[in-house]
Design a binder for this molecule. Structure first.
Ligand code: ADE
Length: 315
């Protein structure tokens, strides 16, 4: 295999080409945490035969996890080894033998798009505020060197659409596309992540607790809410919500509306207003993504083309 496999006798569903020696991984701090899973920063020795050490992220289960969660992580591995796109998080290896299941993925230094955008709110404020925060040593984590511009937001929207168009082409339905599940790496490259069901439950009101786990109600298309139907068209709806999160620099959707009230509101045609400062072209996309009829929503291919045009007009 690519990194050799210390113990082929116990390998079952995991394929040796991805196996990485557990002993060459040094785990560090927790980067993100869900109900049953967590992502930990780590150093990996000699990852690609370079002889050097690389920073990686390792996805693993918490001790509370059950067999279902193990299945979810295992199927995320199965999916991830098939994908290869600059805007989709890359699998680097797996530790499946003699211990807990670890998925080794590329490290994204700025964390989730949601936290990155929220941190950028401070950067985009007045210099007086910035100076004060530096003095107080309260610089939020995930901050970047410069202010975010409207153009950056369009580039973010374009990158997410590119990654989703690629996944849709592979017939992969994400089901939980949200700014918390998009990662930001160096050079402000965005990466779609979390296509397993290991959801970040950092904010409890994000997921409605039902018998079958937690449901991210405010990102869900009506047909997913009412009939559990998940398709690329319901991912498109979620993409519209991500655009709203992006242009508001990480606000929580449907502010002030409890998840339970969303059911009747959406059926009667209620949709979020255009946020202040949101360019008309971007709000127009959101409205198309939030059409009641899934067939009337655009495709990711169309969105990429549309955003390409807007970006080219404004260079
Ligand atoms: N949080 C969750 N996954 C991550 C990753 N791959 N890199 C950085 N932070 C993360």
């Amino acid at each position: 295999g690519q990194w050799g496999s210390p113990d082929t006798m116990t390998s079952e569903i995991f394929d040796d080409t991805w196996e990485f020696p557990r002993g060459d991984l040094t785990l560090e701090n927790i980067l993100g945490e869900g109900e049953f899973g967590q992502v930990v920063k780590a150093q990996a020795k000699n990852l690609n035969g370079s002889g050097s050490t690389s920073v990686v992220a390792v996805k693993m289960l918490k001790p509370e996890a059950s067999g279902t969660e193990y299945q979810d992580l295992a199927s995320e591995f199965q999916l991830m080894k098939e994908v290869d796109h600059p805007n989709v998080i890359k699998l680097l290896g797996v530790c499946s033998q003699k211990g807990p299941l670890y998925l080794i993925v590329e490290y994204c230094e700025f964390g989730s798009l949601r936290s990155f955008l929220r941190a950028s709110q401070f950067k985009n404020q007045s210099s007086w505020d910035d100076k004060k925060r530096q003095v107080d040593n309260e610089e939020p984590d995930g901050s970047q060197a410069r202010e975010i511009t409207i153009r950056d937001l369009f580039v973010f929207a374009w990158q997410i659409a590119k990654g989703m168009d690629y996944l849709a082409g592979l017939k992969i339905v994400h089901r939980d596309l949200a700014a918390r599940n998009v990662l930001v790496s160096e050079g402000l490259k965005l990466k779609i992540s979390d296509f397993g069901l290991s959801r970040d439950v950092y904010e409890m009101d994000t997921y409605l607790k039902l018998s079958k786990g937690r449901i991210p109600v405010k990102w869900m298309a009506p047909e997913s809410l009412y009939r559990q139907v998940y398709t690329t068209k319901s991912d498109i709806w979620s993409y519209g919500i991500v655009l709203w999160e992006t242009v508001t620099l990480g606000a929580s959707p449907y502010p002030g509306i409890p998840a339970e009230r969303l059911f009747p509101l959406l059926t009667t045609g209620y949709r979020m207003d255009r946020p202040e400062e949101c360019p008309d072209e971007l709000y127009a996309i959101m409205q198309k993504c939030w059409k009641s009829e899934p067939e009337q929503r655009p495709t990711f291919t169309e969105l990429v083309r549309f955003l390409d045009n807007i970006l080219q007009q404004n260079t």
